[in-house]
Ligand binder design. Structure first.
Ligand code: ZN
Length: 302
């Protein structure tokens, strides 16, 4: 049995008719996207995707990951010690300064301990808010996707590589990690992220959580933050806690007690978890806090 309701605290996914799961889009766009793919017009319908820059002023998170926005966000540079950002043309490399600093420090540690570079996927849009495709969360500047595969170290004169697809760490039937790809580096990375007090929770595929449960030695307290979720075979999704100075940031429900390695994890390998739900009813959108409206008014890209 599940110990909590994953729909409440995770990046929402919706089932496709072929039994696979995909990230959900927004409202009416969702139905269209399922039928014809995400149309270019989707961007035009979403003012948040048209904003070019963060708003000035101190950083402030408004709302929550799946219904929120951020003022005073910072851009993560395209590369730094121990990290590089992929798919920059998506313009989703903005976040709260604490998130940007968190990634910089994690990159530096990865460089020192492993000698490889983290590949950073989406953070959020310049002022957060809903995205026209790809994620339901990542709206409040506190979420980031980090690949579990790491890039080789920087070589003099190299153009930063922009790898396209993150390699899956999970076997084809989602029953276990792929021993050809999963190893000590991935376990080290997840423990580093989960052990950081600024981190609220992390989402990964259940097979990855199971591997951590088996491999963890000594302190197991950090495992509680690692939450199983559909998909997430190739990257971890990290969400920071509400930072100081953001009184309107909405915190996530507290995590269930324990390391989450028992019956809660077992549920994810049950028939119930593996049976796709009918793809007919998109999950209801939470309205954005009113404060967010001012952040997109008349701020469209040139
Ligand atoms: Zn994510």
């Amino acid at each position: 049995m599940r110990a909590d309701n994953p729909r409440e605290n995770a990046p929402n996914r919706i089932p496709l008719p072929n039994g696979r799961w995909r990230r959900s889009c927004t409202g009416a766009m969702l139905a269209a996207a399922l039928l014809v793919g995400v149309a270019p017009e989707a961007n035009a319908a979403n003012p948040w995707a048209q904003v070019a820059d963060p708003s000035p002023g101190p950083a402030r998170v408004i709302g929550e990951a799946a219904a929120g926005c951020i003022s005073g966000a910072q851009a993560l540079p395209d590369s730094g010690q121990g990290f590089l950002v992929t798919k920059r043309t998506r313009h989703r490399f903005f976040g709260h300064p604490e998130l940007v600093e968190f990634i910089r420090q994690l990159g530096a540690k990865t460089d020192q301990h492993i000698g490889k570079r983290l590949v950073i996927g989406d953070l959020g849009q310049p002022r957060g808010g809903p995205m026209p495709n790809g994620h339901r969360s990542h709206q409040s500047g506190l979420d980031a996707d980090i690949w579990l595969w790491m890039a080789p170290p920087y070589r003099q004169g190299e153009n930063p590589p922009e790898p396209d697809e993150a390699p899956s760490m999970v076997s084809g039937d989602d029953s276990s990690v792929d021993p050809g790809r999963w190893g000590q580096d991935q376990g080290w990375l997840l423990k580093q992220v989960a052990s950081n007090p600024a981190v609220d929770r992390i989402f990964v595929n259940a097979a990855i959580k199971a591997a951590l449960c088996t491999e963890a030695e000594g302190d197991r307290g950090w495992l509680a933050k690692v939450r199983p979720w559909w998909h997430h075979r190739a990257h971890l999704h990290v969400r920071l806690r509400c930072p100081p100075g953001s009184p309107t940031c909405v915190s996530q429900p507290p995590l269930p007690a324990g390391d989450g390695c028992g019956s809660e994890l077992a549920w994810w390998f049950s028939d119930e978890a593996k049976t796709p739900r009918p793809p007919t009813t998109p999950p209801a959108e939470k309205p954005l806090p009113k404060e967010c409206n001012a952040l997109v008014a008349d701020k469209k890209k040139g």
